[in-house]
Design a protein around this ligand. Structure first.
Ligand code: DGT
Ligand code: CA
Ligand code: CA
Ligand code: ZN
Length: 594
């Protein structure tokens, strides 16, 4: 966490506490200031060293807030914040993670019932105490009950998009060490799950201590949780990062073991047992010559420990792929390791030819400063060309419900934009297609007229409002949208925001069938806050025979690099290169969107 981030987080906490205690206006000022501090290009500690005036140069940071920032950078605390925390000793972040619970609600519930954390909130709701508080009713209480589990999980798990860059940073610093022979991420992050509990890293080396030491000294490590022989855990940016160091000849087996998932590993281990072999984190062993006593040299002697030995003849272990091959399987890509048929497929030689990084030829869902993007058509298209794409598609927002602040384009805006696109196309090396992101109404209609849609190259239709409707309504809504003759791509189908809101809960099989039948592609929105459709939805789409689009929904050039998250999410859904619309040539794309 940069110091700017840290200061911004403090200011936001300040704003929440002020709001909870009933203060008006000030909270908004603190939140705006926080946002600008977070985005400010210069390190805040440098400005603070130059004094309050330098800090107050940041947009929306007035003298009072600047003084608090300097106080925080100099002393590590803000006196007024400390007082507010004492006045309202609650887990604000945890409680406000519950949809519908804001700082004001937290303040009222603390005053009335002394509720200070998620567990107390849930218990009070279960006991029917919340509906008795003035200003609250049975409906609010039920909402709280429904939303606590989501909030709890959100507090415990980190978004892939936050954890992956952290893991990459750790990988880079470990790779730089002389004694490191190989290093890999494992666990859920290697399987590219949308959220991860902790980051797991594996190093192959003959040495232990220098690596553990370098790891606990890693720049991003805020605290060491534990450090032992060949094992350590640190906290970095609020996320736990586990490191294990193993011998190079055991690296492949350890990688297989610690990548998981547990269910996948059970299935693979059973194949080993069927062959009179033993698979554990140390290797794959032939135990046919080992008698019972020989095996039983583990510390505690219970069943699992008894298996965790190096007894027997090692037949594989240095390379992960050789572990699978020795079990008569094709090596299974990590994204598939969820025990959803991949073990059988690998044994029968019918694993999918998964889409790979580098397969994409263009991005089909991007924004510009014509709607809520921050960059011009030419800047975005040039960034796409720089990334080696063959074409670029601009899909700014259409007007409609869910579009706040008039960011959406109407018919005449789109005519103007068509001319601007033609002009921009002269400046960049790749063709630019003109599309739109239309809004899917609550009942599945589009808030853009057919003639307007017909004039465009490509139509992405996405839900932006009414995301709390029930599953049945959501299913009908999305089916109607994919049946629309002008819709080419169903954009971020559920509208979820990971760890923030669950989004729609449609019958994915039914939506997938409709998408396949109508020649509408299902988008994997690669924005790491979305990853929508998720792996399960993609799998349903693939099984139904639908086409997949992997889009970043970029609002800035660097967001085009989020494509990696979309690719790996599509892989979790068994998507092959051939089923990915934007892995096709421009001609292939054109014939699909006709
Ligand atoms: P997470 O961190 O909650 O997102 O999920 P994972 O899958 O990364 O789980 P984690 O970090 O607890 O452990 C990493 C992998 O190591 C896990 O996928 C499977 C393996 N593993 C860890 N502990 C055990 C264990 O006690 N038994 C078995 N069979 N596998 C384990
Ligand atoms: Ca993990
Ligand atoms: Ca772990
Ligand atoms: Zn959208």
């Amino acid at each position: 966490m940069s110091r700017n981030d840290e200061v911004a987080t403090r200011l936001e906490e300040f704003a929440d506490l002020l709001e909870a205690t009933g203060v008006e206006y000030k909270p908004t000022a603190y939140r705006r200031a926080a946002e600008n501090v977070r985005d400010h290009p210069a390190p805040i500690e440098g400005l603070a060293a130059d004094g309050e005036d330098a800090v107050a140069e940041i947009d929306r940071v007035g003298d009072a807030i600047a003084a608090k920032i300097v106080e925080y950078v100099e002393t590590g605390t803000i006196e007024e914040l400390t007082e507010l925390r004492e006045e309202l000793p609650v887990d604000m972040a945890g409680l406000t993670a519950v949809e519908g619970v804001g700082p004001k609600t937290v303040g009222s519930l603390y005053d009335a019932l002394g509720i200070s954390d998620l567990d107390e909130l849930e218990a009070a709701a279960e006991a029917g105490e919340i509906q008795e508080v003035s200003g609250f009713g049975a409906k609010t209480e039920q909402n709280i009950l429904d939303n606590v589990p989501f909030a709890r999980e959100a507090r415990e798990r980190t978004r892939l998009g936050d954890a992956r860059p952290l893991a990459d940073d750790a990988l880079a610093s470990l790779t730089a060490l002389d004694s490191v022979e190989s290093v890999e991420v494992c666990g859920s992050i290697r399987r590219w799950k949308p959220t991860i509990g902790d980051v797991d890293l594996l190093v192959a080396s003959e040495e232990r201590e220098p690596i553990v030491e370098a790891f606990t000294d890693w720049d991003a490590a805020d605290a060491t949780i534990e450090a032992g022989t060949g094992k350590a855990s640190v906290r970095a940016d609020g996320t736990r990062v586990d490191l294990r160091v193993v011998d190079p000849d055991e690296f492949g087996a350890a990688l297989q073991y610690f990548t998981g998932s547990r269910a996948h590993n059970v299935a693979v281990r059973n194949r080993a047992i069927d062959r009179d072999l033993k698979l554990n984190e140390y290797g794959l062993f032939d135990v046919s010559d080992v008698d019972g006593e020989g095996v039983d040299d583990a510390a505690d002697g219970d069943a699992e420990d008894a298996d965790s030995t190096r007894a027997g003849e090692r037949i594989a272990g240095a390379e992960e792929a050789e572990v699978y091959r020795a079990l008569d399987m094709d090596p299974v890509p990590p994204e598939l390791r969820e025990d959803r048929g991949e073990v059988e497929a690998a044994a029968e030689g019918r694993l999918p030819f998964l889409v790979e990084p580098g397969d994409l030829r263009g991005d089909l869902h991007t924004h510009t400063d014509w709607s809520d993007g921050g960059f011009s058509i030419a800047e975005m298209a040039a960034a796409a060309a720089e990334r080696g794409y063959d074409y670029h598609v601009v899909t700014d927002h259409a007007t409609g419900p869910g579009m706040v602040g008039g960011v959406g384009l109407d018919e005449s805006d789109l005519e103007e934009q068509a001319a601007a696109i033609a002009e921009a196309a002269e400046e960049v090396e790749i063709p630019i297609l003109h599309g739109i992101e239309a809004n899917i109404d609550a009942d599945g209609g589009l808030s853009t007229d057919d003639e307007v849609l017909a004039a465009l190259d490509i139509v992405v239709a996405s839900p932006h409002a009414a995301l709390g409707q029930d599953g049945e309504a959501a299913t009908e809504r999305l089916i109607r949208a994919v049946e629309h003759p002008h819709v080419d791509i169903l954009g971020h189908p559920t509208g979820r925001l990971i760890n923030e809101r669950p989004g729609l809960d449609p019958d994915v099989g039914a939506v997938a069938e409709a998408a396949a039948a109508n020649g509408t592609a299902v988008e994997v929105n690669a924005n790491p806050a979305r990853l929508d459709a998720d792996g399960e939805f993609v799998r349903a789409a693939i099984e139904a025979g639908a086409t997949i689009a992997i889009d970043t929904d970029a609002h800035a050039p660097r967001e085009l690099d989020n494509a990696r998250y979309g690719i790996h999410t599509a892989r979790r859904g068994w998507a092959e290169t051939s089923t990915v619309l934007n892995a096709r040539s421009l001609n292939g794309l054109r014939s699909f969107i006709l």
